[in-house]
Design a protein around this ligand. Structure first.
Ligand SMILES: C[S@@+](CC[C@H](N)C(=O)[O-])C[C@H]1O[C@@H](n2cnc3c(N)ncnc32)[C@H](O)[C@@H]1O
Length: 210
């Protein structure tokens, strides 16, 4: 049985490198109780790490890819977190409304989205903010993390190269200018509260509904 779990557990190397710094940012926003919804959870390694780091809350993962959801479930089992952590939801940000039950909705205190915006079409960023606003109030937070371009700052060569390689894989992908993301956020009632510079030329950006 353990072998099956091992086979399904995916390992995304970047998660080991960035999870501590993201947890450090999250620690300033984690509520005393309630649920955080993670969009685009990928392998699930972040999810189990954050669940273990913040035991007072429930970490709800999600991903539209079945292979990722299986990986997430396997990581949950691996760390014996099944009694605490729900199974991942099948959420594609563009398929709205998201499959969130009334009970779940009542528990949501924040939404977290790590490394999705640059690796999906722009319409996903728009759908992400449009839908997220329906689950949050002004006491809650929304965190995005990833590489972004800043209008008045010279981009690192690694981010320029990464942007080019993404666009070669899919012309609809690529690093976004943060001010364009902010515009979409604002259109949906979210004010940018804080930008936090992260290792490896990434940013964490916190938004709150006004
Ligand atoms: C680069 S991975 C990031 C995974 C994880 N957050 C991490 O940082 O390791 C991008 C993730 O976005 C998910 N994704 C792609 N399209 C999506 C969509 N339309 N809605 C939600 N998630 C999506 C993929 O399945 C994948 O898990």
């Amino acid at each position: 049985m353990e072998d099956a779990y091992l086979n399904e557990r995916l390992a995304f190397p970047a998660t080991i490198r960035n999870r501590d710094s993201i947890a450090n940012v999250l620690s300033n926003y984690i509520p005393s109780k309630g649920l955080l919804l993670e969009i685009a959870s990928g392998s699930g390694e972040h999810g189990v790490f954050f669940q273990k780091s913040f035991p007072s809350i429930i970490w709800q993962t999600s991903d539209p890819e079945e292979v990722h959801r299986k990986s997430i479930s396997s990581w949950i089992t691996h760390y014996d977190l099944s009694s605490k952590m729900p199974e991942p939801l099948d959420i594609d940000v563009e398929k709205r409304p998201w499959p969130i039950t009334t009970q779940l909705r009542s528990l949501i205190k924040g939404i977290v989205c790590i490394n999705m915006i640059h690796i999906t079409p722009w319409s996903c960023t728009e759908a992400f903010f449009e839908e997220s606003k329906t689950y949050l109030n002004k006491n809650h937070f929304l965190l995005i993390y990833g590489p972004f371009f800043l209008r008045d700052t010279q981009a690192s060569q690694s981010n320029v190269n990464f942007d080019q390689s993404l666009r070669m894989q899919n012309p609809k992908w690529g690093l976004r200018y943060l001010d364009r993301v902010d515009e979409v956020a604002l259109k949906n009632g979210f004010n940018q509260e804080k930008i936090i510079a992260m290792p490896a030329n990434n940013l964490s950006v916190i938004y709150k509904l006004s």
